[in-house]
Design a binder for this molecule. Structure first.
Ligand code: BMA
Length: 331
């Protein structure tokens, strides 16, 4: 049996798989966990990232970076805190980044954040407006002060997702080059950087395939380390007669050369089925941006955006995902 190489985390949010349920990922019974109006100015709160983080002097055990589109409807990211990983107190003011160059820190728009602990701090990546979408990077130690780094890439790019440790001595990131619009294409690439500023050694990881992942694909939450390789939950998009449909699947990438795909699922692991996923500002979207894991039990909690409106929580395990990869392999 494959094992998660992640810390023990027995208190993470969890519900057992419902009796008789046959699919690999199941929803939290009280979904959605974050409503669209979680803060006074928000139109929607979705595609957001959470990590375990204790705030001194409080009961908070988790922190996160949340995409809150306001009622203008403009996109920005906000820090938030939680005692249980389910109920969230999101700051009413967006994150402002410290940085040396105002050309880099100036705000056009920010959306779809990911957060990951690497070595000594939490790094945040997001889709950053700089003459079109590209990958913004920053870091924080305390979720109070945030520092912005150079944009990782030229426009246009989305879904910059960092690996939780260096690979071959370099920081490593997956991303999805795109266009400046709603992007009717998209394959996943891997890049490395010695310093979080200069990115290179670009490698193709994988592209579109049949059915649910036929229009574009892109990385979701930060890859999860296992003893068999990197477990990657990724999103895939189908263009239906009624527009885009966003589902998610799973792949296993080589431990030392993550651009080499060891396994990839032909069937999706989850897609829009519930009302709050099927209807909202953008119907038929389930978009995963973060996971919590317990290395002891192999449990995985997935935070995902629902219909670009609210935030949901779902559960799976490493065994479920590995079994899915073996049962429905890419043809
Ligand atoms: C993508 C991004 C995501 C969004 C998705 C579906 O291009 O904007 O944030 O969830 O479209 O609308």
């Amino acid at each position: 049996m494959a094992k998660l190489l992640t810390p023990s985390f027995p208190t993470m949010p969890w519900q057992d798989k419902p009796e008789g349920y046959t699919k690999p990922v199941w929803r939290y019974s009280e979904n959605p966990i974050i409503p669209r109006d979680a803060i006074p100015t928000s139109n929607s709160v979705f595609n957001s990232a959470v990590v375990p983080f204790k705030t001194e002097g409080t009961d908070y055990q988790y922190a996160g970076v949340f995409r809150c589109d306001d009622r203008e409807v403009s996109m920005n990211i906000f820090a938030g805190f939680s005692v249980d990983g389910i109920h969230w107190d999101i700051n009413h003011e967006p994150i402002t980044f410290q940085g040396e160059d105002p050309e880099v820190t100036r705000l056009e728009y920010r959306y779809d954040p990911r957060v990951v602990w690497i070595e000594d701090r939490y790094y945040v990546s997001w889709c950053n407006g700089y003459h079109g979408p590209t990958i913004g990077l920053g870091y924080t130690f305390d979720f109070k002060t945030f520092y912005q780094l150079e944009n990782a890439f030229l426009p246009y790019n989305r879904n910059g997702v960092l690996f939780p440790r260096k690979i071959g001595g370099n920081f490593a990131m997956l991303s999805r080059p795109s266009d400046t619009g709603h992007t009717p294409f998209g394959d996943m690439f891997y890049s490395e950087s010695p310093d979080m500023t200069y990115w290179g050694k670009h490698r193709f990881v994988f592209g579109t395939a049949g059915g649910w992942q036929s229009t574009k694909i892109g990385p979701g939450p930060c890859p999860i380390e296992t003893d068999e390789g990197w477990l990657l939950i990724y999103h895939g998009v189908l263009t239906s007669c009624n527009g885009y449909v966003y589902r998610f699947g799973v792949a296993l990438l080589d431990k030392d050369q993550p651009w080499k795909v060891l396994k990839r699922s032909r069937f999706y692991i989850m897609g829009p089925e519930e009302t709050y996923e099927l209807t909202g500002d953008v119907p038929n979207v389930t978009f995963p941006c973060a996971t919590l894991t317990d290395g002891d039990t192999g449990r995985i909690a997935i935070y995902y955006g629902c219909a670009d409106t609210v935030t949901g929580l779902a559960f799976t395990t490493i065994d479920e995902l590995m079994q899915h990869l073996d049962q429905y392999p890419m043809r």
